[in-house]
Write a protein that binds this ligand. Structure first.
Ligand code: ZN
Ligand code: ZN
Length: 298
């Protein structure tokens, strides 16, 4: 099986990666992609990937962390808003250069995670985090630059979209020629028919996570919506992901909490998807692994 999205590069896993990779392999999760969220976690993703067979890295700047660039460039915010798009003017030009350097490493299979994010995070390292339109405009510029990098280096794309479907699809639509077919994934895809249709029409994959198992909370909630959504997504479009350490699947979450997820939990997601779709776990495991290899050209 293949965990297409797992943050072994985050602090929670410091000193534990050997054990976590080993335990994943023991239950048949032989391949893992570690996405970066800024320059330092991207570098760390590459370092970890170099140590283990079957472990790969993605590198990129997550839209949430574009906030750091935004804060450093407030004086240029007007220019950003006017989309002068002179990237060299902003401090993220050096971040992009650092990301670009990492693309020459053979273990780097994708640019990610990148995208647009309008969610107001409760837990964030930025004390005055808020969603201003100038900030979202900068997220768009950083996203476009990274799509261009993926095209230049023929890397796949891991897209993160949260509560920003309209902006996100607008960017994809206007840069579709740069995106190679079967080489992009809507990671942790929101249950939304428009996103599904876009992915289907443009031969992109849909990532499904452990939050699909969060079914006990309300009579009809987000998770149930997600379950209905995944039922409609054909198996040849699906890839499995844990988004570790987040989104611990049930029943683990009730016992351990939400941020103790590990790639060894991929079989729980596979089993859940199999039940939803009325197919065997083996079928889900086999097909999603094939899809992930196709997505990352492995
Ligand atoms: Zn994400
Ligand atoms: Zn992530």
């Amino acid at each position: 099986m293949f965990d297409t999205h797992c943050h072994l590069n985050f602090g929670t896993f410091d000193g534990k990666v050997d054990k976590v990779v080993d335990e994943a392999k023991k239950v048949g999760v032989d391949e893992i992609v570690i996405p970066g969220t800024d320059v330092s976690t991207s570098k760390k993703a590459v370092e970890i990937a170099e140590k283990y067979k079957g472990v790969y890295a993605a590198v990129g700047i997550h839209p949430h962390h574009v906030f750091e660039i935004f804060q450093n460039n407030r004086s240029s915010a007007t220019q950003i808003f006017q989309k002068t798009n002179k990237t060299e003017k902003f401090s993220f030009a050096s971040d992009l250069k650092s990301i670009e350097k990492l693309l020459n490493n053979g273990k780097v299979v994708a640019i990610g995670e990148i995208g647009i994010d309008r969610h107001i995070y409760q837990k964030t390292k930025y004390p005055d985090y808020k969603i201003e339109e100038e900030f979202v405009e900068l997220q768009k510029i950083v996203l476009i630059e990274q799509i261009k990098l993926a095209h230049k280096y023929k890397k796949s794309l891991i897209f993160h979209n949260r509560e920003a479907k309209k902006d996100f699809l607008e960017i994809l639509n206007s840069h579709q020629s740069l995106i190679i077919s079967h080489s992009a994934v809507f990671h942790c895809c929101e249950p939304d028919f428009e996103l599904f249709k876009y992915a289907k029409d443009h031969r992109m994959f849909i990532g499904v996570d452990g939050d699909i198992t969060y079914y006990k909370e309300k009579p009809f909630d987000f998770a149930q919506g997600k379950q209905e959504f995944i039922k409609t997504v054909p198996l040849d479009m699906l890839v499995l992901e844990t988004d570790s350490p987040f989104l611990n699947p049930e029943p683990n979450r009730s016992k351990e909490g939400g941020t103790k997820n590990e790639p060894k939990n991929i079989p729980i997601i596979a089993e859940f998807v199999a039940k939803l779709k009325g197919v065997s776990v083996d079928e889900v495991a086999k097909r999603t692994t094939e899809n992930a290899r196709k997505l990352f050209k492995i």
